[in-house]
Design a protein around this ligand. Structure first.
Ligand code: 13P
Length: 252
């Protein structure tokens, strides 16, 4: 499957910094063979429009980091799926562990957002992953399965097939301690063969499952060459032009 390398910039980079990074990326990837991988950047909301303008002649894709599940109305501070579409987004990250932790997002709430994103033809990147305590008590498979089933509940097969999953163990995010390739591969295979295949059967083979959590240029080749790892969702290293492009170039 064609890989996806996605940068989640989180609450980093103002417009000037974003423009600089995009200028560097588009220049560096001018000769890139986009048959090898799809490349996606997910800036903060204030940077979506300027980044969209800069990416007009590029194959680099644009995504948002969140969206609200209502169509429009009195929801101060929120952003709708149609607004994201209008600014050129094709992807939206939903259910990131930071949103679950700091903003109380539940699987049920994330489920509403996934469904709404699908209705706008935005590809949701559904983030799941266990905490350190859950892994240490050997509950990581059960936790990830429950997050997936609840977040995908009520979606029809086609919608599930159009969803990208990101396995991001919470203990690996921003810690410098990535999951080993065997830990990640084991979980990705479980997600594909034990959970998603239960919903869409053989179609699970075509679902993209990204790994996220301290993914950097030193470990990307090893992690991204695992059979069930279809790309990466990258935080810190996606803010550094050199690291992000090395990760992209590590895909053979
Ligand atoms: P880091 O790559 O900074 O660990 O963040 C991963 C992440 O949360 C991407 O969504």
């Amino acid at each position: 499957m064609k890989k996806l390398i996605a940068g989640n910039w989180k609450m980093n980079l103002d417009i000037g910094e974003a423009v600089k990074l995009i200028d560097q990326l588009t220049a560096e990837l001018n000769d890139y063979d986009f048959e090898k991988a799809d490349i996606l950047v997910c800036p903060n909301f204030t940077c979506l429009y300027p980044v969209h303008e800069l990416l007009k002649d590029s194959q680099i894709l644009l995504g948002a980091q969140n969206m609200y599940h209502e169509t429009e109305g009195a929801y101060t501070g929120e952003t709708s799926g149609s607004m994201l579409k209008a600014v050129g987004c094709s992807y939206v990250i939903l259910g990131h562990s930071e949103r679950r932790k700091y903003f109380g997002e539940t699987d049920e709430f994330i489920n509403l957002k996934i469904s709404k994103a699908q209705s706008y033809d935005l590809i949701p990147i559904l983030c799941v992953g266990e905490s350190l305590e859950e892994r240490e008590s050997d509950r990581h498979f059960e936790v990830v399965k429950s997050q997936l089933l609840k977040s995908l509940s009520g979606l029809d097969k086609d919608e599930v097939l159009k969803t990208t999953v990101a396995y991001e163990p919470v203990w690996a995010i921003g810690t410098g301690k990535n999951a080993t390739s065997s830990e990640a591969q084991e979980m990705h295979k479980f997600i594909r063969d034990e959970v998603i295949s239960g919903i869409v059967g053989d179609g699970s083979k075509s679902i993209r499952i990204l790994y996220g959590g301290s993914l950097n240029e030193n470990v990307s080749e090893e992690l991204l060459s695992q059979p069930d790892i279809d790309g990466g969702l990258i935080g810190g290293a996606s803010l550094k032009f050199g690291s992000f492009t090395k990760i992209i170039r590590s895909i053979k």
